[in-house]
Design a protein around this ligand. Structure first.
Ligand code: DX5
Ligand code: ZN
Length: 221
């Protein structure tokens, strides 16, 4: 399967959010990544179900909602009702990870698990049979525009080995500091979905040109 690109709206111009989302969709984005931050799990605050619902009305793209919030179980229903297609919770954000993943499944959405850069990957291995998506963070979550952490490549390789053995249908996603220059490397290491914010909404060219730059680099993989 071709590597998918998920523009992260965190780097979009929120005064023109609908327009920018439609531009990304027309340019062939594969899904739309939506970063929810609560000011507790991460220092930053971004958006909630209201904006997810607005995204839902702006696009037919699948909404890949990344919950960087403490105790995500409190909000799963609200994001499901807002129109999310997949919900990703952080292993570090809840004492009751199995329960949160099961709630996402019960809501009929794609089940995602995210791990921070130094979180032991064993939790991904344990959870793999329950997952549709394993998100390997390549920066410390909280802000766009950070630099890719190179040890992520080895982590992607380990997750891919487990994924191939335990749940071949699970997709592996990488998020943070992804730019055309490292796109091929992360794809070769195992990433199936590349999240990119600044490089798409804040890159040198138009949204379409920036997406093309990724595709050019990925052609070699
Ligand atoms: C970071 C977020 C990312 C962010 C990536 O905490 O989870 O999705 O939007 O932004 P860039 O691509 O700018 O690193
Ligand atoms: Zn994200």
């Amino acid at each position: 399967m071709a590597v998918a690109i998920a523009p992260s709206i965190l780097a979009a111009d929120f005064a023109r959010l609908g327009e920018q989302i439609r531009e990304a969709e027309e340019a062939g984005a594969d899904l739309l990544h939506v970063d929810v931050m609560d000011g507790r799990f991460v220092p930053n605050i971004t958006l909630g179900p209201l904006v997810v619902e607005a995204c839902r009305r702006s696009t037919a793209l699948s909404l890949d909602v990344h919950l960087m919030v403490e105790d995500p179980g409190r909000y799963l229903e609200a994001f499901a009702a807002a129109g999310a297609d997949g919900l990703t919770v952080h292993a570090e954000a809840t004492q009751h990870l199995h329960s949160s993943l099961a709630s996402v499944r019960r809501a009929g959405l794609r089940v995602g698990l995210a791990v921070n850069p130094l979180t032991p990957l064993e939790v991904v291995c344990e959870a793999l049979p329950l997952l549709d998506l394993a998100l390997v963070m390549s920066v410390n979550p909280g802000f766009g525009g950070q630099t890719f952490i190179p040890t992520t490549l080895g982590r992607l390789e380990r997750v891919r080995t487990w994924r191939d053995r335990l749940n071949p249908d699970c997709r592996i996603e990488v998020d943070g500091g992804i730019v055309p220059a490292n796109a091929a490397a992360v794809a070769r290491a195992g990433a199936d979905i590349l999240v990119a914010g600044s490089a798409i909404f804040g890159g040198e060219g138009s949204i379409a040109e920036n997406l093309d730059s990724f595709r050019d680099e990925l052609r070699s993989t």
